[in-house]
Structures are given as C-alpha cells and as structure tokens.
Design a protein around this ligand. Structure first.
Ligand code: NAG
Length: 203
C-alpha cells in the first residue's frame, strides 16, 4: 500500500505543477486588492452606462494620468419600432468607426504601462482582462463586457488571460461619443444608478 502511494507521488507532484497553462494572474499582484470600478445600470432606458478608461490632468504634477470613470451615453436611437425591434435601443455613434481589430491570446499576456493607441470601443468575447490605472483602480472584464478606451495621454497596464478574444473599434477621426460622467457604485450596494440627468461633471 505504502509503496503504491509513494509510486503515485511523482504523478501528484506533476499534477500540482501542471498549471503552466492556467493563467498566472497573481504573478503581477493583480489579486491583492478589490480595485474594480462598478458602474451602475442606467435607470433611464434611453441611456446606457459604460465604463471608460480615460484620462485626467494631475493638478499637482500637470501630467496626464489615465483614470477610470462611468460614462452615461445618450447618443442612442431609443425607438426602433420602424425596424420592428422592440425592447432595444441602438447606439448611434454619429461618425462611427474607421478601424476594427480582433486580438486572440494563446497564452496569458501582460502589457506594461502604455497609452491607449487611439480612442476606441472595446468588446470582450471570451476570456478575462484586467486593465489598471496609476491610482490602482482597475477594470476587470469578461465575455460580454464593453468599455471605452480613450486614455491616449496617460498610461494603463493590461493583463489578458489565455483564450481572450477581444475586439477593438477605433472611433472615426478619434471622435469620442458625447457622454456624461456618473458616479460609480460601492461594492455591495444597489446596482441601479440615479437617473443620469443630474451628472456631477462632464469632459
Ligand atoms: C498627482 O500626482 C501626485 C504626485 O505623483 C500623486 O501623489 C497624486 O496621487 C496624484 N493625484 C491624483 C489625483 O492622482
């Protein structure tokens, strides 16, 4: 019996160490704190709230820093009855997009601090992403998540899991849709936001 157990040990050890295909998320210390920005759902069905990796000028240093915000978007077609579509709104991005890229990760991938190349809208189809700004705030995304990436002046890090499929749509001529900044919600609080008609700031 004992000899069988001992004979099995190398297999057990191999199984325990056979994790190299599992994303080594915490290699970069990304698990240590809950840094997630949580955007409310819009209480107004004519608007949609989408997280944004954007930028702000640091009043002390005068340098641009990438930041995370919740943006309420009202550039939508709220009535699609002409198209015989009910219970839906359509994002109306005015000038639209002029480039679209799909990235497929065949291993987990870490991008050190870098600016967004162009203002874009990013769609996650598979996998997990963790995007982080200098304040320590992060946006962790999974399949089905959508976010703006418009922080072209500051820097952010990005981690992508093995198997991530992500699409990046560049806004035509860099034109960012009209938006209003709304408050994020605290972890564990009501997930429906105030009507975004009373935002506290705008870009
Ligand atoms: C601005 O920069 C200073 C110095 O690096 C830093 O301590 C501070 O946290 C920054 N402010 C914000 C709002 O990020």
């Amino acid at each position: 019996m004992q000899s069988i157990l001992i004979a099995c040990l190398p297999l057990v050890a191999a199984a325990l160490h056979g994790t190299r295909h599992v994303p080594q998320f915490d290699r970069y210390g990304l698990e240590s704190t809950d840094c997630q920005i949580r955007c409310p759902k819009s209480a107004n069905p004519r608007k949609v709230i989408i997280p944004a990796l954007t930028q702000a000028k640091n009043a002390t240093t005068g340098e641009w820093e990438n930041t995370l915000e919740c943006w309420s978007i009202d550039t939508v077609d709220p009535d699609l009855t002409d198209l015989e579509i009910d219970n839906a709104i359509r994002l109306n991005w005015e000038e639209g997009f002029d480039k679209a890229y799909q990235y497929i990760f065949h291993g987990d991938s870490y991008m050190p601090a870098h600016p967004a190349p162009e203002p874009s809208l990013i769609l996650m189809s598979a996998g997990i992403g963790d995007l982080r700004v200098p304040s320590g705030k992060c946006l962790r995304v999974g399949a089905g998540d959508v976010f703006f990436s418009v922080g072209t002046l500051g820097k952010q890090t990005a981690w992508w899991s093995d198997g991530t499929l992500v699409s990046d749509f560049y806004f035509k001529d860099g034109k960012i849709p009209h938006h209003e900044v709304v408050d994020e919600i605290d972890a564990g609080k009501n997930s429906v936001g105030e009507d975004a008609d009373s935002p506290h700031s705008d870009l």
